[in-house]
Design a protein around this ligand. Sequence first.
Ligand SMILES: [Zn+2]
Length: 290
Amino acid sequence: MTPGSDLAATAVTALTCKLCGAPDPVPVFSEAAADAVFTSYHCRACDLFQTLGDIAAVSPDYVDLTADQLDPMHVFLQTAHKKTAFDQWSRIIRRRGNSGKRLLDIGCGVGGFLDYASANGFETYGFDASAAQAEQARIHHPNVRNFIDIDSYCTALREPVKFDVITMWDVFEHIRTPAELIAGVRRHLAPGGVFFVSVPNGAPNPMKVKLARMRGREPGLIPWEHVFYYTRNSLARVMKDNGLDVAEIGAVVPYVRPMSVHEAVRRAGFGLLSSTRYAPQLFAVTRLPA
Ligand SMILES: [Zn+2]
């Protein structure tokens, strides 16, 4: 190898935070997928964990899901698993006095949340990047389509709609360009409309990485899928910086699995952490400014 190519091979591009632009985010952990290694960095300025480097625009594993992969466990994870959190959402929306009933679920999957919303009197809309999932959701929710962005979806609807509530359940952390997504949400929210997201919290990540290393394991944080891990601060910031008013950031109640000793311990741990900055899952309730 010539000295020149050696230099090129070791040259490091200066990195900046994708949310606040601060220099030198700190690498936290790396995980390998297929033939590439992905590294998640933490920005000390805005407290965002983020995967930097080349990432596919939309997860190929997700888009290519086939109908036979939508097995009972896959469906459970989008339905009964999240029922307690859906009930929490319902309480939040009622408390906020939202009266409009047109609801769009971005990344609606097989329609688990749309089923819940429909049973609670909402007129349901949704789209999903996976054709197989969108097709399944459309059986009960005729407005569901297979799209990856809100503008294309809304153009395909028979008549223009402004939504009173837009939701994203475990989807926002996958979005590579949150500023573009939020701009789209703002275009299609009705005046006073609410944008709600539920995301895994990034704050426990350094602890999870340490525990995994002690056990000689990968942390399992899938940085090629969860390209952003928001914390309370960075979740509020991404919304504010992109023109939404933040009404509330809080801890999501535990998603549930069938009861067992392990599940009882998990729920108790989840409950203890929920009142701290290490809450496993966060929600944000935001509104279009008046
Ligand atoms: Zn930052």
